[in-house]
Ligand binder design. Structure first.
Ligand SMILES: Cc1ncc(COP(=O)(O)O)c(C=O)c1O
Length: 166
């Protein structure tokens, strides 16, 4: 993935993610997401037709629809992503909003290094504390633990600086 390369995104989705993709020069390819989430058949078609290597989605309390994928849909999407040797970029921004629902992330089911997990604490801690995390598991056999890097950025400018030096 990178400038000029396709990125599949659930549609509708968070405007900030679309903006970030556009700023990175990535070609955004929408995959329709209805009241139950995306249709795995649409996802298969999108991977086949575009050669994309990543799918950005919010399986838990999506913005703007609020929906949460069922465990069955989560398993199907993960299977599709595995089949194409691709990545699911799981944006779990609203993880702490679960009251009666189980907000178990897809990343917890990932045994093959196919999920890049993003987690924001802004909503649950404080809007003034801009803390987010990214977790990506290495492929099995590489003998490593999941990798956790904490971004120190507090603004678009400090994020750019951090990305260019790390
Ligand atoms: C889907 C989604 N991802 C990420 C974010 C960004 O969260 P933060 O407030 O940590 O910048 C938001 C913010 O509303 C969001 O709706």
């Amino acid at each position: 993935m990178g400038a000029g390369r396709p990125l599949l995104m659930e549609s509708p989705t968070y405007w900030g993610a679309i903006l970030a993709a556009e700023q990175a020069g990535v070609e955004v390819i929408p995959v329709p997401s209805g009241v139950n989430g995306p249709d795995p058949a649409d996802l298969v078609r999108a991977f086949e037709q575009t050669g994309a290597r990543a799918f950005y989605a919010q399986p838990t309390f999506a913005n703007p629809t609020g929906i949460q994928w069922t465990p069955d849909l989560s398993a199907e999407v993960l299977d599709v992503v595995r089949r194409f040797g691709a990545f699911l970029i799981e944006d779990d921004w609203a993880h702490d909003f679960g009251i009666s629902a189980d907000p178990s992330p897809l990343a917890a089911r990932d045994d093959g290094g196919h999920v890049v997990y993003l987690r924001s604490l802004t909503k649950s801690v404080s809007p003034a504390v801009r803390v987010a995390g990214i977790v990506a598991r290495d492929r099995p056999g590489n003998g490593s633990w999941p990798t956790l890097r904490r971004s120190p950025c507090t603004s678009a400018r400090s994020c750019r600086r951090w990305r260019s030096t790390s």
